[in-house]
Design a protein around this ligand. Structure first.
Ligand code: IVH
Length: 669
């Protein structure tokens, strides 16, 4: 009897999975919605009556429990690189020219695919079963979104054709929300007076980063897969064959992908895709053109953040007509005042635009932009919308010219002054609240002090409550201050106090970057670390000439640093931070030229190090570390679960070094 029930359950699961495959991958549904729902309900009923047969990979188990705290950050086994852009046909043409030159060969085959405007994800299948899903994050570390990815019907919990599936397979793709889905989600949110999503990509990103998978399951997300990240025993000659394989094992691949040869065909593909753009039911923002042959990809290799073998050809930015209703001023972290045009709401590629940056007074004057003018507004991808031109023929009689100099700081009403470069205006009040708020937000941000849980809203709240006025006040906030505030519970208050406490143990580059000295980004902070031996005192005592002499530091940066430390209140804040327990750990510089000229690749996971740490250790000894094996690679550092790189290294007689050998090597003088 129970055998019969089990068989029936298996049959129902199989039919539901087959339907999902036919619907999402083949785009050829075999069941009507009612038939599908009926099968699903039958399965739910049988599983409820026979709980011994419930299986985590059953289609009824897609929506699990919410996760308790924040999403967990996890390092990608192989970094998820980004793509360099081509903004016109000439740059597509140049890309092909570069590839021809590198390979010393013409008429190369490429695969051209739509560039989906969604969010990159990595899906790990172990023995054919979905094991983990991560967001792309910064390319090195992503967030664990497995609980939400499982709710997406287009993503199989178990792959098909299991005989051909490697024990470890990491597939990469783009999660997106269709244009229709986005519009209906926003209209429901509008009815409920909830905040609207600016565009379909933000809606998709917001949906997969939920703690509760129930919310995600209602959002109807989808995916197109386009690369394999890491895999054991998987070998393909070219990308076209790999895309076919991805589809065969049950994952959606974009049907508009096409094999093309040479520059003319690439440009033709891109042009045709742009023409189709509006009739495609999801947002795309260009085409991605990739070298097809994997041997060619390997010999061309990668740059530090993007492969040389692919390019993202972007569509021209979209423009719409609207009218400027008002011009307002905003104050940034450094006090720079930016004029912003408030415009009559207009939709550009699914996003409703209500404001556009005007950059500065020069821009306003050059384009002769006035309040009440009709304008063309443009928006491309992530970039803040801007005014592309004024439609002079439509200029009404009631336009009003705008001059920043007529105004005071919109936050503290102090006098504003033109900066030295004569382009921007700045609020000079060191106590300006808007300036302090954005400095504080920057101080707490991920690449700065990394105080988890202290985003813009909480910073605003703490300032409004008078709990913080300066950066160093953060380090004296206590539990009872927080727990009495709205939005804070015992747990969130404890968590925030813990993150503030943890952030005190920091490094020189983080702290210097966090201070928000104009023109001092993460890279400059690292250079300064080396020259100042991780000492703030050393940095504050350096003269303009000394700073300017440092390789990688120019006049503007040197001037900005000396100016910053001359301002008394800055040094007081720094000293207060240290006095309240901020500990700047000394960076150990192990400068040597031991590996100078050697090229390393790192793969797998390690007992005592992250791959990023190994990379830094090797680079300190003069090595170059790249992402993929090419003819230039001398060493492969391997950890646990190494994938295809290990086989490739063996084939190419590249020296392979394990973690113990690496430690010995690093210890040697
Ligand atoms: S390939 C190393 N193919 O675009 C190459 N990416 O700007 C890895 N994207 O991070 C990506 N559609 O999230 C690739 N057909 C496509 C894509 C695509 C969208 C995204 C992806 C990537 C970003 C780079």
């Amino acid at each position: 009897m129970t055998e019969g029930i089990k068989a029936k359950i298996n049959l129902l699961r199989h039919s539901i999975n087959e339907h999902n495959y036919a619907y999402y991958v083949l785009d050829n549904p075999v069941l009507s919605d009612q038939e599908y729902d009926s099968l699903f309900r039958q399965l739910e009923k049988l599983e409820k009556e026979n709980p011994q047969f419930v299986d985590p990979f059953s289609p009824t188990q897609r929506v699990g429990h919410p996760v308790n705290s924040d999403l967990e950050s996890i390092e990608h086994t192989i970094p998820m690189l980004s793509l360099s852009n081509a903004i016109n046909n000439e740059e597509i043409f140049d890309f092909n020219k570069r590839v021809n030159k590198w390979l010393n060969k013409e008429e190369i085959f490429y695969v051209a695919e739509p560039k989906i405007d969604g969010l990159g994800v990595s899906l790990v299948y172990k023995d054919g079963q979905l094991d983990r899903a991560l967001t792309r994050g910064d390319g090195y570390i992503g967030e664990d979104i497995t609980h939400n990815i499982k709710t997406i019907n287009a993503i199989p919990l178990e792959l098909r054709n299991l005989k051909t599936i490697p024990p470890f397979l990491e597939i990469r793709g783009e999660i997106f929300m269709s244009k229709n889905e986005f519009l209906s989600l926003n209209s429901i949110r509008k009815k409920n007076e909830e905040k609207l999503f600016a565009n379909a990509r933000n809606a998709a990103a917001g949906s997969v980063r939920q703690l509760d998978p129930k919310v995600t399951s209602k959002r109807n997300l989808s995916i197109f897969c386009y690369e394999v990240g890491d895999a054991t025993n998987l070998s393909f000659d070219n990308h076209w064959a790999l895309l076919k394989y991805i589809k065969d094992i049950g994952l959606p691949v974009n049907p508009l992908s096409k094999k093309v040869q040479g520059a003319q065909e690439m440009i033709e593909y891109h042009r045709t895709l742009e023409e189709k753009r509006d009739s495609i039911p999801y947002e795309i923002d260009g085409s991605v053109i990739k070298v097809d042959d994997y041997r060619f990809r390997n010999s061309i290799g990668d740059r530090s953040r993007s492969p040389r073998w692919a390019i993202a050809a972007k569509f021209k930015s979209k423009k719409e007509e609207t009218q400027i209703l008002d011009i307002i001023l905003q104050v940034g972290r450094t006090g720079v005042i930016t004029p912003v045009a408030k415009v009559a709401p207009v939709e550009i590629s699914g996003a409703v635009i209500t404001s556009a940056t005007l950059h500065n007074q020069d821009e306003i004057d050059k384009k002769d932009i006035r309040i009440n003018d009709f304008i063309m507004i443009e928006r491309s991808g992530d970039v803040i919308p801007k005014v592309s031109n004024v439609i002079k023929e439509k200029r009404p009689n009631n336009t009003k010219k705008f001059s920043i100099s007529d105004f005071q700081c919109p936050s503290c009403h102090s006098v504003i002054e033109k900066t030295k470069d004569q382009v921007a205006y700045k609020c000079t009040n060191i106590a300006c609240e808007a300036k302090i708020k954005s400095s504080l937000e920057h101080f707490c941000s991920k690449n700065a002090m990394n105080i988890d849980g202290l985003g813009p809203q909480i910073v605003d709240q703490l300032m409004d409550e008078g709990l913080i006025k300066n950066i160093d006040d953060l380090f004296t906030i206590n539990y009872s201050d927080l727990v009495s505030l709205e939005r804070f519970q015992e747990k969130s208050a404890t968590n925030l106090i813990d993150s503030i406490e943890n952030s005190k143990n920091t490094s020189f580059p983080r702290f210097i970057f966090a201070l928000g000295i104009p023109h001092v980004g993460q890279h400059v902070s690292k250079i300064l670390d080396f020259y100042c031996q991780s000492s703030i005192e050393n940095l504050s005592n350096m003269s303009f000439e000394e700073l300017e002499n440092i390789d990688g530091i120019g006049t503007v940066v040197a001037e900005s640093i000396t100016k910053f430390f001359k301002e008394k209140h800055r040094m007081i804040v720094v000293k207060n931070c240290i006095g309240k327990g901020v500990k700047i750990n000394k960076t150990i510089f192990n400068i040597s030229s031991k590996f100078s000229g050697d090229v390393f690749v790192i793969t797998g996971s390690f007992r005592d190090y992250s791959r990023l740490q190994i990379k830094e250790l090797l680079e300190q000894k003069g090595a170059k570390v790249t992402n993929s094996i090419s003819s230039k690679t001398n060493f492969l550092i391997v950890g646990e679960n190494a994938g295809s790189k290990l086989e490739k290294a063996r084939k190419n007689n590249i020296k392979i070094i394990n973690e113990n050998e690496l430690e010995a090597l690093l210890d040697e003088k």
